[in-house]
Design a protein around this ligand. Structure first.
Ligand SMILES: [Zn+2]
Length: 98
């Protein structure tokens, strides 16, 4: 699922990507190319910004719809950092017996 949205800089026309979750009313960020601060608003006078806002909102809706599926998938995959502490603490208890 695509969670990033293409944004075109108002000034230098450079195209970069940002997270759909971030692109909401009131959000602002610098263009990575010319460092102009872009303000994101659905009522922006800039058609580039407006289009990015629309795309981001649609992407967020799609993500919300597919959330159930991905959550189930994530639960099936064992977490890499999850099970490390449990066996360790048990071993410490055993060594404490000394
Ligand atoms: Zn720029």
């Amino acid at each position: 699922m695509e969670d990033s949205v293409q944004v075109r800089c108002t000034r230098c026309k450079n195209v970069f990507r940002d997270r759909a979750k971030r692109l909401q009313n009131g959000y602002s960020r610098q263009c990575p190319s010319c460092e102009t601060v872009l303000f994101f608003d659905e009522d922006s006078h800039d058609p580039n910004i407006k289009r990015a806002m629309r795309t981001a909102r649609r992407a967020r809706e799609e993500m919300r719809e597919s959330e159930g599926v991905s959550a189930r998938k994530a639960a099936a995959v064992p977490r890499q950092y999850g099970g490390r502490s449990a066996p360790n603490s048990r071993r410490t208890e055993a060594e404490d017996d000394d």
